[in-house]
Ligand binder design. Structure first.
Ligand SMILES: Nc1ncnc2c1ncn2[C@@H]1O[C@H](COP(=O)(O)OP(=O)(O)OP(=O)(O)O)[C@@H](O)[C@H]1O
Length: 339
């Protein structure tokens, strides 16, 4: 277990959010003239989760996996077809209006705040969450300083860059502290300085106030460094849930081989052509996940003989969370993991 995970469990290990059997199907839409019909989509399928106090819990999954649908149900914005959500003892399916009192939600859109200045967006959020005017202004100033937003305080959100607007919305979400932060892709469009400010602000809320964080993300590499535990979602189902290191152990027997070709891969070399079905291609880069012995053979093949002239670079690496994610997704599609 990494140190962050250890910290998460040290916060008592009690469960803040309990999800059972959560299922939501978007109905089919009948096609009209010129517009094709859309079939029904089961966006969340019998989802079960336990999120513990003080942990940074990640929801990871490809586009359309059901992450936003799940989060909308957890935050009381969408009613599930069936299943239950309890957050800090509150039944959110029966009482969705209670969600706003116990959690802060940073969605993907900022339209509601766009006409306000950065300062007013933060202050108004504080007031709406029940702070008196003095407290709201005090917390606003602290958060804007903490995130380096003071120089932009007087600017309306709609006149900011995408990354700045995202940071301003994040700042507003922090005012009027809530014990659970639900952040949907919080760092999208941000530069490295802003990203770092976000992660240290999240960490501080957890360390100083025992806040719990549910983080939706695509960014597997970034997620690996901040998450205590992660649930991998695929076509509405949780296909794995563990610490990043626990998940990595699932593919511990494998090595990642990256081959970068000078131009195209030399498919006239039979050993190279034989690998084609097993690679993930990205431009001139081929990525393979192989057993260590096999990886050695592949490296020997491409660094000697006819393929070598076509090779620009190669690396061998132990698996990352991204490899786990790809391995699990691939396994589901091939029917190796029960989906
Ligand atoms: N309002 C809707 N009506 C019908 N289908 C929808 C609706 N919203 C989402 N879906 C479908 O439900 C599935 C899950 O979508 P969702 O937006 O929850 O995925 P996601 O994991 O958040 O994706 P992304 O990473 O792209 O944001 C997808 O197949 C999507 O096309």
């Amino acid at each position: 277990m990494n140190t962050r995970a250890a910290q998460g469990f040290r916060h008592g290990g009690d469960v803040v959010c309990v999800v059972r059997g959560l299922t939501k199907t978007y109905p089919a839409v009948r096609g009209r003239r010129g517009v094709p019909a859309t079939p029904e989509v089961r966006a969340t399928d019998d989802v079960e989760l336990d999120i513990r106090r003080g942990e940074i819990f990640g929801l990871l999954g490809p586009n359309g996996a059901g992450k936003s649908t799940l989060v909308r149900q957890l935050t009381g914005l969408m009613r599930p077809d069936r299943g239950s959500v309890r957050i800090l003892g509150h039944d959110i399916v029966r009482h969705p209006e209670r969600a706003s009192r116990i959690l802060a939600y940073l969605g993907q859109e900022s339209t509601a705040l766009d006409d306000l200045t950065v300062s007013l967006a933060a202050e108004t959020t504080g007031r709406l969450r029940g702070l008196d005017a003095r407290r709201a202004r005090g917390e606003r100033d602290d958060v804007l300083d903490e995130l380096g937003l003071a120089p932009l305080a007087g600017r309306p959100l709609r006149k900011l860059s995408g990354g700045q607007r995202r940071l301003a919305c994040f700042a507003a979400a922090l005012v009027g502290r809530r014990p659970l932060l639900v952040l949907d892709e919080p760092t999208t469009g941000m530069d490295p300085v802003a990203r770092r400010a976000v992660w240290s602000a999240v960490d501080r809320r957890r360390a100083e106030h025992g806040a719990t964080v549910l983080l939706v993300t695509h960014n597997v590499i970034e997620a690996e460094t901040v998450l205590d535990r992660v649930a991998v979602l695929d076509r509405g189902r949780v296909i794995a849930c563990d610490t990043p290191s626990g998940l990595k152990e699932q593919v511990a027997g494998e090595v990642r081989v990256d081959l970068v070709w000078r131009e195209a891969a030399p498919l006239h070399v039979p050993e190279v052509a034989a690998l084609r079905d097993r690679v993930v291609e990205s431009g001139r880069r081929w990525t393979l996940r192989l057993a260590p012995e096999e990886a050695r053979t592949v490296v020997a093949t491409v660094t000697g003989g006819a393929a070598f002239a076509a090779l620009d670079d190669f690396t061998l690496a132990t698996p990352s969370l991204e490899d786990v994610y790809l391995a699990l997704g691939g396994a589901v599609r091939q029917g190796l993991v029960k989906a």
